[in-house]
Design a protein around this ligand. Structure first.
Ligand SMILES: [Zn+2]
Ligand SMILES: [Zn+2]
Length: 556
C-alpha cells in the first residue's frame, strides 16, 4: 500500500549563496529520501523556501545600499537555479515573503493568542537615542564577556560561539552609528512554551527511533525546563503583527519560518487547483519529516511541535533526521571568513552527481565529517570512475561492439552468476530498510559493494578473453553483468539521479527511471542499447591545489 510522506526542509536565509554545509546538512538527505519514496510509488510532498526575513538580511541590505527585498529576491533566484542543477527535487520551493505565508502565520498567531498560549509582556531592550530605534540582535555590538573578542553581537559571539543577551556585552554600541545604547521598555508577545512541558515530554517519550543526537538534545532541553520565548521584535522587516498598536513591530523570524512548512503546503495545494489538498499531508495517515542541520534541533523537536499542539488539528513531526556539521579541509566552515565551498561555484565547474556521491558516502549523520578537495577527487576517481563507472563502461562497450548493439541471449547462468544476482537482491532489501530509516550513508555503501563484486565476477569470467573460444559463455557472464548494472541504476537512483537516468537510457530502457519503480527490470535479450558513453569523468589531480587555494579568500 502506498504511503504518504511530507518532507519539510530547513528554510535557507536568503542573505548569501548556499554552501556544501547546507547541502550535506539538510537538502541532499531530504532529496535522497524524496526520490526513494517517489520511486517506491509513495505520495511525496517536499517543500521549503527561502527565508526572506531576519536581521542578517537587513544588515546585508544596509551594507550594500539595497532594499532587503532585493537581496532576498536575488538569492531566491540563485537557490532555484542551484536546486535545478544539483537535482534537489522540491515540489515547491517558495519564500516567506508571500501573502499566503503572512496569512497562515497570522492565523497561527491569533489562534495561539486566543487560546492563551501567546501573551504580552514588557521587556527592557537596547535603544539607540541617536538613530531613535531599538537595536535587536545583530544591531548591537560590543566586546564578548567570555572571550573578549571585540566584534560580538547582541545575540551571539562568532568567535567563541556563545549565545549572548544584549545586556551582557561589554562596551555595547549601536552597529549603525556607534552610539552607546540605553535600555528602554518595549511591549512584546511571548510564546508560552512552559505550558507544553508535560505534553511534549509525553510526545517525545516514544521517539526512541530518532537519531541519538536529536533525541538526547531534545530530552536535555526538556529536563532543563521549557522557558517562554519572545516572538516579536522591534524591526520593520518581516511578517507584521496582526494587532493594532504593534505596527512598528514584526513577528520574530524563528517563529514564522517554521510555519513555512504549513504555508508552503497550502500554497502548493492552491497551485494544484485543489485548495484543500494540503490536508492529506498534515492530517491523518501521513508521516512528516523535517530535514535540518543540528543547530535547528530544538526549533523542530520542541518549539514547532508546541505551536502545532497549541493550534490543534495538525500532525506533529514523525521524525527530525538532523545531520551534524561538515567541516572544510579540517576546519569549521565559516561564511564570514569565506572558509566554505559555495554551491553555485562548484556547479559552474563540476558535475552534480560526484558531489552528491561524496556528500552521501561521507554524510555527517552521526558526527561531523570533512570535505577536502583531495578526498573529493580520490572518491570521484577511485570509486565513481574506477569502480562503478568502469564496470558500466567496459560491459556496455564490449557488449555493444560484439553483440550487434543489443543485449546478448543467455543460455546457462552458473552458480557464481546466480550468487551475484542473489547478493543484489539481498542488498536491495537491506537498502530499502536503511533508506526508510534515513540511514543514507550505509545504504549507499552497500550499493557500492555490489559494483565491487560485479567487477570481481567479470575479472574472474573474463568474457573479453574467452569470447573467441566460447561465445556463449561470454554472453552468459555479460548478461549477468548487465542484469547487475541494471539493478545498480535503480539502487543508486536516489543518490545519483543524473547518471542513473543516463544508464537507464544507455541500457535501452525508455522514459523516466522513476516511473519504473523500486523493483528490478532485467534487460531483455535482444534489447537495443544506445551507443555507450562514460557515466563519469576522471578529475585532474591538479584541481586540488587550485581549489584549495581559493578557500579563505574574498568571494565575489
Ligand atoms: Zn566570545
Ligand atoms: Zn545608532
Amino acid at each position: 500500500m502506498s504511503e504518504r510522506i511530507f518532507i519539510g526542509v530547513a528554510w535557507p536565509y536568503a542573505d548569501g549563496p548556499l554552501h556544501l554545509g547546507h547541502i550535506a546538512g539538510a537538502y541532499l538527505p531530504a532529496d535522497i529520501f524524496a526520490r526513494y519514496h517517489r520511486i517506491k510509488g509513495n505520495e511525496v510532498l517536499m517543500v521549503s523556501g527561502s527565508d526572506q526575513h531576519g536581521t542578517p538580511i537587513t544588515i546585508k541590505a544596509e551594507q550594500e545600499g539595497k532594499k532587503p527585498g532585493e537581496i532576498a529576491a536575488m538569492y531566491h533566484q540563485q537557490f532555484l537555479d542551484s536546486w535545478q542543477k544539483l537535482g534537489i527535487s522540491f515540489d515547491l520551493f517558495t519564500n516567506t515573503g508571500t501573502t499566503n505565508h503572512a496569512e497562515v502565520t497570522h492565523d497561527i498567531f491569533l489562534t495561539l493568542l486566543d487560546k492563551g498560549y501567546i501573551y504580552r509582556d514588557t521587556v527592557s531592550q537596547p535603544y539607540c537615542p541617536r538613530c531613535q530605534r531599538f537595536l535587536p540582535d545583530r544591531y548591537i555590538e560590543g566586546t564578548c564577556p567570555y572571550c573578549q573578542s571585540a566584534g560580538a553581537r547582541g545575540d551571539q559571539c562568532d568567535d567563541c560561539g556563545k549565545p549572548l543577551n544584549p545586556v551582557e556585552l561589554v562596551d555595547p554600541r549601536c552597529r549603525l552609528c556607534s552610539t552607546t545604547p540605553e535600555f528602554r521598555d518595549s511591549e512584546h508577545f511571548f510564546l508560552k512554551l512552559s505550558a507544553f512541558q508535560d505534553r511534549l515530554s509525553d510526545w517525545v517519550s516514544d521517539k526512541t527511533y530518532w537519531r541519538p543526537n536529536v533525541y538526547n538534545l531534545t530530552q536535555r532541553y526538556l529536563k532543563e525546563g521549557l522557558r517562554d520565548r519572545a516572538i516579536t521584535r522591534d524591526i520593520d522587516w518581516g511578517v507584521s503583527v496582526p494587532l493594532e498598536g504593534f505596527e512598528k513591530k514584526r513577528i520574530y523570524v524563528w517563529f514564522e519560518a517554521v510555519i513555512g512548512y504549513l504555508s508552503a503546503a497550502k500554497e502548493w495545494a492552491k497551485l494544484s487547483g485543489d485548495g484543500e489538498k494540503w490536508r492529506s499531508f498534515w492530517q491523518g495517515e501521513v508521516k512528516i519529516y523535517n530535514f535540518i542541520g543540528k543547530d535547528n534541533i530544538p526549533f523542530h523537536t520542541l518549539i514547532w511541535p508546541a505551536m502545532l499542539e497549541g493550534y490543534g488539528g495538525l500532525n506533529l513531526p514523525y521524525d527530525v533526521p538532523a545531520n551534524e556539521f561538515l567541516t572544510i579541509e579540517g576546519r569549521k566552515l565559516s561564511t564570514s571568513r569565506n572558509w566554505a565551498v559555495w554551491l553555485p561555484d562548484y556547479l559552474s565547474r563540476y558535475e552534480p552527481d560526484p558531489l552528491r556521491y561524496f556528500l552521501s558516502i561521507n554524510m555527517p549523520e552521526a558526527g561531523d565529517t570533512d570535505f577536502s578537495w583531495r578526498e573529493f577527487v580520490r572518491r570521484n576517481n577511485d570509486e565513481l570512475v574506477a569502480t562503478y563507472g568502469n564496470l558500466v563502461n567496459r560491459v556496455l562497450t564490449f557488449v555493444y561492439k560484439n553483440f550487434n548493439g543489443g543485449v546478448p541471449t543467455y543460455d546457462d547462468i552458473d552458480t557464481s552468476g546466480n550468487e551475484l544476482i542473489g547478493k543484489c537482491d539481498a542488498v536491495f532489501i537491506a537498502m530499502d530498510n536503511l533508506l526508510s530509516q534515513c540511514h543514507f550513508k550505509q545504504a549507499l555503501k552497500m550499493a557500492m559493494t555490489i559494483a565491487h563484486e560485479a567487477n570481481r565476477y567479470l575479472d574472474e569470467k573474463s568474457p573479453w578473453k574467452i569470447i573467441k573460444e566460447d561465445r556463449q559463455a561470454a554472453a552468459d557472464s555479460l548478461y549477468v553483468a548487465l542484469t547487475v548494472i541494471s539493478r545498480l541504476k535503480t539502487m543508486l537512483y536516489p543518490f545519483l539521479p543524473f547518471s542513473s537516468q543516463k544508464l537507464h537510457e544507455l541500457l535501452g530502457f525508455e522514459g523516466n527511471i522513476e516511473d519504473d519503480g523500486w523493483q528490478f527490470h532485467s534487460p531483455l535479450p535482444g534489447q537495443k542499447l544506445l551507443p555507450p558513453e562514460p557515466l563519469f569523468s576522471k578529475l585532474d589531480e591538479e584541481l586540488v591545489e587550485e581549489e584549495t587555494a581559493r578557500l579563505g579568500h574574498t568571494f565575489s
